[in-house]
Design a protein around this ligand. Structure first.
Ligand code: GAL
Length: 724
């Protein structure tokens, strides 16, 4: 009897073990990811945790769930987590574990794209800047120091997730992980070392034994069993590199990012829904919206250069955390329709038949009761009536109808039933300011370092600040002909970027800046010099480090010369090899003027301000307006700088950079591209800057602004965002 029950216990235990390993498992086959033994069609959306506040996370996740998402995807932001070698940070907006657990609590899955190269319009593509200065390093190739650092960070994240039991294999929400990011095109450029790096990256990731599949996006040669996936505006024709891998779309771009100097892109939801429906009808099984909530590039996290502080992305949840309609609602309806088809979609491959010259039916018929059909009209200009199963169906141009029972249309991608909401920014209050003048730094002063020649900016600042002063003395002999003729000499400065303010004897002589496509700049101006010593002070400003492009990590910033003065008795004087004095950062930064303590450490001038004054700090205090509506600052009266509230950096502002581009009326039909649908041409690329309510106290909030070029702070207002 006793013997029997022992055997029974062992047997039951075995059954339980087998069941639980099926219960908590993620595998895949040619059709789909198989979660807990079941194939799934999964709808996923990107929400990058540092682009909102932890207090916003539960609401964003809930809105994503209500929008029909099964999965939340995020990158992991290495430079946020390891600001200096071996010193880790996982607090506040970087509390990755908290974020993943909140997704879990909402009952959703997580796709953790560790990278750790992430691109993402994020500073330096997510790499910590110190990494660049590791001896012998070369990024994203078959290089020992790089691979060691990448492995160390990836392993750290994986073990952290394992320690918290967050992989699905442990009962947690993470069902998928990504290593690298869009490495295929780089590999194609660099050849052999790229190929071996790809193999190494895959093996390294697999060796970490997460118990869930790995993906590599835009990586046609992703080594088995890693799944290669597609990124793009459309992915219906993508096929994974092996027939037994599922077809997945890791980045379905919901819009596009804004750059300072560019208009604001948007993507009509009819086209996005059409792209998704086409992907699903062509056997796609996972689609991830990039972005579902784009959020904000707070602090100095924006990549670029010149990526705007807003990372709204025209996503279904707007920068401020409000649902964007009709986008959010139309996609929710699409997801419902897809979910109704799921049993058929996961069971069989579609039969494709022609319904006309540009019309097709994709039918998933299990022949055992499950049947789902997608009727597509690829024609960008004409509505068509097609006959399917002896019934007529009207298909608007560039649309797909979804019939979860092969008879009834429950959704057409071009017929939007969700309501339209318009965003509204209502001014609530303006401020009364105090100002503090940031002195122009001067060559050979005590707080400067002198070196021969011009040096690359980031090698000096290590990106601890946007600012580096380059200073020298220009000696002008009293015999100089220009002093009599009044024909001032021409000062020419070549800089690798990104922005430059030139001061002569403490006066702003001019400002020049580049753009995302070409950060290089040239300053060229006739300058008024006096006999004797003239102080040339150039404030070189970084506006976000590049995040993409071949060898982007090697691109320079700062004044590399030549710096010349033309029109002297001697002809042209080349000052590039002169002794140059350097000063890292602003005095106000060193004094922490944006903190309570720091702001009290200096004398501010009250009230009346000299308008349009360069290099000026402004401070004010304000009480938080009642209500729950998200808040923003309207900065359109200012030019360029940074701002902080209660010591938290809201980010860079740059309303002085006017959006140039073509803002034509755009139709949802026809192939979408990143510059097809744009608005805001001729206005500041970004006028409003999100101030999270979570950073505010009810009373006495300290708002500090540093203006580089000159603006009118009296024009700044606090606004609330609503929709109507
Ligand atoms: C992709 C990249 C993303 C993001 C996107 C553009 O190529 O993987 O990280 O940069 O482009 O927003």
């Amino acid at each position: 009897m006793l013997k029997m029950s022992k055997i029974m216990v062992v047997f039951l235990g075995l059954i339980l073990w087998v069941c639980s390993s099926v219960m908590a498992s993620v595998t895949y086959d040619h059709k789909a990811l198989v979660i807990d033994g079941k194939r799934r069609i999964l709808i996923s959306g990107s929400i990058h945790y540092p682009r909102s506040t932890p207090q916003m996370w539960p609401d964003l996740i809930q809105k994503a769930k209500d929008g029909g998402l099964d999965v939340i995807e995020t990158y992991v932001f290495w430079n946020g987590h390891e600001p200096s070698p071996g010193q880790y940070y996982f607090e506040d907006r970087y509390d990755l574990v908290r974020f993943v657990k909140l997704v879990q609590q909402a009952g959703l899955y997580v796709h953790l794209r560790i990278g750790p190269y992430v691109c993402a319009e994020w500073n330096f593509g997510g790499f910590p800047v110190w990494l660049k200065y590791v001896p012998g390093i070369a990024f994203r190739t078959d290089n020992g120091p790089f691979k060691a650092a990448m492995q160390k960070f990836t392993a750290k994240i994986v073990s952290m997730m394992k320690g918290e039991k967050l992989y699905h294999s442990q009962g947690g929400p993470i069902i998928l992980s990504q290593i690298e990011n869009e490495y295929g095109p780089v590999e194609w450029e660099i050849g052999a070392p790229g190929k071996s790096y790809t193999k190494w990256a895959a093996q390294m990731a697999l060796g970490l034994d997460t118990g869930v599949p790995w993906v590599m996006c835009k990586q046609e040669d992703a080594p088995d069993p890693v799944i290669d996936t597609c990124n793009g505006f459309y992915c219906e024709n993508f096929e994974p590199n092996k027939a037994y891998k599922p077809k997945m779309w890791t980045e379905a771009w919901t819009g596009w990012f804004t750059e300072f100097g560019g208009p604001v892109p948007y993507r009509p939801v009819e086209d996005l829904a059409y792209a998704v429906a086409r992907f699903i009808q062509n056997r796609g099984s996972l689609i991830n919206y990039y972005m579902y909530h784009g959020g904000t590039n707070f602090g100095r996290t924006a990549g670029g250069p010149f990526i705007a502080t807003s990372y709204d992305y025209d996503a279904p949840i707007d920068e401020y955390g409000l649902i964007r309609q009709p986008k959010w609602g139309h996609l929710r309806d699409l997801h419902k329709a897809i979910k109704l088809c799921e049993p058929a979609l996961v069971s069989v491959d579609p039969t494709v038949s022609s319904l006309g010259s540009k019309q097709e039916a994709h039918v998933f018929d299990t022949r055992s009761g499950q049947c789902a059909a997608f009727l597509a009209n690829y024609d960008p200009s004409t509505s068509v009536r097609v006959i399917f199963g002896n019934h007529p169906y009207d298909l608007p141009p560039w649309s797909v109808s979804i019939l979860p029972d092969c008879k009834t249309v429950v959704f057409n991608t071009a017929k939007v039933n969700a309501p339209s909401y318009w965003p509204k920014m209502t001014p609530i209050s303006s401020f009364s300011w105090h100002s503090y003048n940031e002195e122009t730094a001067s060559a050979y002063a005590d707080d400067t370092t002198t070196m021969a020649g011009l040096v690359e900016q980031i090698s000096v600042t290590r990106d601890g600040t946007d600012y580096l002063w380059y200073m020298t003395d220009i000696r002008i002999d009293s015999n100089e002909g220009f002093l009599k003729s009044g024909q001032w000499p021409l000062l020419t400065i070549f800089s690798a970027g990104h922005a430059l303010h030139v001061f002569i004897n403490g006066q702003l002589s001019g400002t020049v800046y580049g753009g995302l496509d070409n950060p290089k700049l040239t300053f060229s101006k006739y300058v008024n010099l006096r006999p004797g010593v003239n102080k040339l002070s150039m404030l070189s400003v970084a506006v976000g480090l590049p995040n993409v492009g071949l060898h982007f990590d090697t691109w320079n910033a700062g004044v590399l010369g030549p710096v010349t003065l033309k029109g002297l008795n001697e002809g042209t004087r080349d000052m590039s090899k002169y002794k140059w004095s350097y000063k890292v950062g602003l005095r106000g930064e060193a004094l922490n003027l944006y903190s309570d303590k720091g702001s009290n450490s200096v004398e501010w001038t009250k009230g009346s301000l000299v308008q349009k004054q360069p290099l000026t700090w402004y401070k004010t205090t304000f009480n938080t307006p009642a209500g729950k509506e998200p808040l923003a600052l309207d900065m359109s009266s200012m030019s360029k700088g940074q701002m902080w509230v209660n010591g938290q950096s809201i980010g860079r502002y740059f309303p002085g950079y006017i959006a140039s581009g073509k803002c034509n009326k755009c139709s949802y039909t026809g192939t979408f591209t990143d510059d097809k649908c744009l608005w805001n041409c001729g206005g500041p690329s970004q006028k409003w800057y999100h101030v999270p309510r979570d950073w505010l106290s009810p009373k006495g909030n300290l708002l500090v602004i540093f203006e580089e070029i000159g603006g009118n702070p009296e024009g700044i207002s606090l606004v609330k965002r609503t929709t109507f």
